[in-house]
Ligand binder design. Sequence first.
Ligand SMILES: [Zn+2]
Length: 598
Amino acid sequence: MKKLRLIALVNLILIFMNATPGKAAVPAKISYIVTFPEAQAHYAEIEMTVSGLNQPALDLKMPVWTPGSYLIREFSKNIESLTATANGKAVAAPKLNKNTWHINTTGITSVTVKYKVYAFELSVRTSFIDVSHAFLSTSGIFLWPKGMLDQPSTINIKPYKDWNKVSTSLEKVGGDAFTLTSPNYDILYDSPIEVGTQDVFGFDVNGVKYEVAMYGGGNYDKERLKVDMAKIVAAEVNVFGENPNKHYTFIVHNKLRNGGGLEHLSSTVLGASRNNYGTERGYRGFLGLVAHEHFHLWNVKRLRPIVLGPFDYETENYTTNLWIAEGFTAYYQTLILRHAGISDTEDFLTGMAGDINTVENQPGSKVQPLAESSFDAWIKSYRPNENSVNTGISYYDKGAVVGMLLDLEIINSTGSKQSLNDVMKYMYTTYYKGKKRGYTDAEFKAAFEKFAGKKLDDFYAKYINGLTPFDYNKYLGYAGYKITDDLANSNEPTMGIVISNGPKKTVTTVFRGSAAWIQGINVGDEIVSIDGTPVTDPGTAINGKKVGDQINVTVTRDGQAMIIPITLLRNPMQKNKIEELPNATPQQLAVRKKWLNL
Ligand SMILES: [Zn+2]
């Protein structure tokens, strides 16, 4: 027994000695050349060279998701024609699994791999290439060598035809815009790259350089955008106390109809509708998106749930805290516009009432707790189906409402001296800057309690982990406001369905608990007639009917007609607004002043 152990120890020492020189050798050098010989067919060609190798094998991997967008997207599905060469000769590169290629590198110090990537999905989290531009969502473009996520790499971009600009937060090498460098893969996968002829303009906020790269044209007013975007940046820096970036890039994809955004450490990608900048509503909507994604450079990119970095790029990364990471960001996107002086009190209160209505009118808010909504983002929020409205609640909308309630709680309990801003700044300073890690659920709760000066077990049990309806008036009352439902006394009947607007009146949603739900109308049923009258306008189909009336609905299902009797129920939809309480006290007015930066 002892002898055996001794032999094992000798072996271990030998292995260690063998391994050490390899480790101590010059680290591998990784470079990429990106070309677009078939941009018209939506392809990028990547030539990746890994040199300085001193290891028996090299596994190359592609992420299966992109941070910030919680869905397994299997980016390797877009890779084709991968070949490898070493010393001028082809070497085998068989696949080990869906996203890993394996190369035997015994006696080989340098390998070059070539592959094509098909890119034809224009969204903020996927790549898109055509003759007008290339948007490289890097986690779906660049393979990484297993074990080398911490290694630097260089990227040389050879643009297609007249493309003359690169917009990215990656650093340029020697001032050459087409040669980029990344210190490690966490930075590379967090730095999308726009290549083309985009319209680029910039502004400065306290020495930090901001670049805006507009693809796709649009009726935007650059000078107005520069002023308003700078106001948003300044208001957000004010929350956290510092701007950790030296430069920041907004990549904006203007399309006929587009929206959404994805946050990164030092950049963001925004979708916008190119003709929407001309209306006040459209312009405000774009600024809200700017405020949201830019706020993320702190909240989630740096101040983050503990599992969200360093990332595991090959599987789901589960957290119950997206109601803070996304929900609070959604709250701040409305609040910051008010604090920056871009929107007024009425705009802000209308925006928050909108979030409240979304929560209250979604049957799934009585089914799925907020923390669970976050945890299951991978399989529910990002994979919605026809029943999602009945089974879940968005951690954006409900998280924004929770942000508002906690903000009011903290302002009130600190005598209007502090607010949620102070909690965010404290958490950023303590965990991102101090401990250099993410936060746990318990640590964020402890911070809320520290500032609120009270335990929040009950709040968490009811609103974060439970399904208790919000006590809006308690919290809004702190600031001299109350909530009013304009439909509280309405006795309008409803079937409880949503019908498509096309020539066929097809049911797209059946609300849980509604008359249609109880009587068994299905999603996919085509509504033909009600009491024998053909349905042409779903909006007026039950005009003149009352709650309790029975109607006969003729539907076709799978090509067969059937009559479904329905007893109409009261429409439970709410239309809330936030209103001033009469005779607000000085204390309530002080809370309001602090909350809305009046
Ligand atoms: Zn977000």
